[in-house]
Design a protein around this ligand. Sequence first.
Ligand SMILES: CC(C)(COP(=O)(O)OP(=O)(O)OC[C@H]1O[C@@H](n2cnc3c(N)ncnc32)[C@H](O)[C@@H]1OP(=O)(O)O)[C@@H](O)C(=O)NCCC(=O)NCCS
Length: 417
Amino acid sequence: MESLRYKHLYRIFQAQGRVPKRETAGAAKKSSQEGDPKAMPTAVSGKGLEGIVAANSGICWIDGEAGVLSYRGIDIHELAEHSTFEETTYLLWNGILPNHLALREFQSQLSLARSLDRRLIDMLRNVPKTAVPMEVLRTAVSALSFYDVDEKDNSHDANVRKSYNLTAQIAMIVAVYDRLRKGREIVPPDRSLNHAANFLWMLNGVKPSETAVKTLDMALVLHAEHELNASTFAARVIAATLSDIHSAITGAIGALKGPLHGGANEGVMRLLYAIDKAGADPVEYVKGMLAAKQKISGFGHRVYKTEDPRATHLRKMSEQLGKDAGQTKWFEMSRAIELYINADKKLNANVDFYSASTYATLGIDIDLYTPIFAISRIAGWTAHVIEQLDDNRLIRPRAEYLGPAYPAPYIPMDKRG
Ligand SMILES: CC(C)(COP(=O)(O)OP(=O)(O)OC[C@H]1O[C@@H](n2cnc3c(N)ncnc32)[C@H](O)[C@@H]1OP(=O)(O)O)[C@@H](O)C(=O)NCCC(=O)NCCS
């Protein structure tokens, strides 16, 4: 028998008069104040926890109306222009910017953590060749705990040590798996290179250009943290059960993979390729998609009601890189789509829209775009896990019950229709 979708089931129960009338948040609050023990005191009226404040945090501040994003109070525009991934990660983990010495130590610790257990590499060799990098990353990060000496230690200090390892290792896993699936030799890490440069080196086996390193480094800064986005929230929920940091990050990677979250950057590039392959006009193509009620990857945001400040930098990067490479096609198509959707739907490009054409111009394969998001967001995920555990309480919300009214009868088998 085909299983019924939730909405369908709800409509059946409603038609049978078995579902109590849905209470609004205001009414539920009022009846709870009047002492009705069955009332849910904080019933949600919107879906998807929109607008709900679910944690205290000192890591990231966003003003969605004004398009402001800041890490530890520092504006993202300043960080994009002046910082590096290493310095930004230090800031996220420690709350302050490092001085010269602290940054040097941080860089050296991160590069020393560039090591993968041989058994993990064997695992990567043996995954089916059809496995996409995001699935492989999710599974490999879970397995990293087997080989971490701090595996059983959930203390603050051990989690900081594990954060260095995870940050270094996630980038390595993505590069190593990509080489293995293409039948290429693994490139050993180069500890003299920064995080972005080492990733490109291990991925391509050639020393990356200064432009490529600078571009990727800035993209990593822009993606490093974003308050309680879906993957970070998932990580905090898992950490709050006092499970381990590898479990929290594995869960976060699972959430990031979805096309409504980090997976959107791959969706953008697939769209650009599809338009290109069809030789279609980009605007006419997306008009058709919108008419068919399809969503366009890379547009819209739950929090920003104006331009996503990260998109401002990625747009510039995509344009400049395209010009430098003599390949402006992806930027021009993207810009035409953006102008149309902005005017017609009042939707703004988000972080994923121009990261797609940026990575394409860097010659990176489509299915590595979301893993690259993870290579950066690990900085924010780990900062949040550590913050959660520093002042932990189990995260366990309630659901507004919309099912058959209680008490529903238990109908004996021979009386069921
Ligand atoms: C990011 C996103 C999930 C936010 O979702 P949300 O806050 O739940 O907003 P909704 O999906 O409810 O969208 C609100 C309205 O805008 C429309 N909309 C939002 N994003 C859209 C998009 N990318 N393309 C077309 N329409 C879109 C919805 O269809 C909906 O219209 P309706 O009210 O007429 O039904 C959503 O904008 C989206 O799916 N974007 C595409 C995926 C993406 O780029 N994700 C990365 C986010 S950084």
